[in-house]
Design a protein around this ligand. Sequence first.
Ligand code: AMP
Length: 279
Amino acid sequence: MLIDSISKMRQVLSNKNNIGFVPTMGALHEGHLSLIKTARKHHEVVVVSIFVNPSQFAPHEDYDTYPRNIDKDYALAISAGADYVFSPSVFEIYGTGSLTHVIVDPTLTDILCGATRPTHFKGVTTVVALLINIIKPQKIYLGEKDAQQVIILKRMVKDLHMDLKVVTCPTIRDYDGLALSSRNANLNIQERHEAVYLYQSLLMIKKLYTLGELNVETLKKSFTEVLKNATLAKIDYVEILGYDDLQSMKTIEKKVLVAVAVFFGKTRLIDNIVLEGGE
Ligand code: AMP
């Protein structure tokens, strides 16, 4: 069932107590569908939200051009196992403007993607808190592809004692390793061809790490070297940080997140891998 009002959403869920929730911005692909399919296995009711949240886009970003096709997304979500697709208008969510925001500490939000998108995570945490408040799920399903988002939302849930669990699902990739993303559709043929080096460069870091290289600068340099094969690529950031605290280090001694953002033309793609410390 497609639902666009908060009151209706609350009404249909009022007597349910085993709800799995998958928040999305639509333009659904196999990555999103994997979250829905996983939630389906564990819950009586699965709710998918489709809401292109204006407050997580800066004025110069792609809010207006973000792909929207609710009919197609609805059919895909239902076929993957969703019971309800919640697709409210911006007015339904924010009215004439909300004065309340959920802000996680800048040590988590002002680095990596937050360095160039300073208001982004405030928009994400606020809308996810708000959606959780409406849907009241037992578990929320998030993709590892957006690792910083997962770390920030887990922290929000913990610090606000929200009564739910965050489940993280693996990144779904295209045939050549490129992480599926709604923004991949913006790549032209050459950019798409070269985007394969994003994951290849991450795999080089993993390979060197597996061979015993623990020096962060050396590993970051190996990423840059492999990415030189992509002549159109412009690195936004390459970082190796502590997994939960996102603190920097010189030598890997514990579980780390290797997170990267690279422009191919005007399209900015992110990806990451996790290196389990102590292996
Ligand atoms: P978005 O619509 O981009 O906000 O993404 C909604 C959810 O889908 C987020 O939890 C993302 O991390 C997740 N997601 C996006 N792409 C992928 C992917 N390739 N594999 C797994 N999860 C994904």
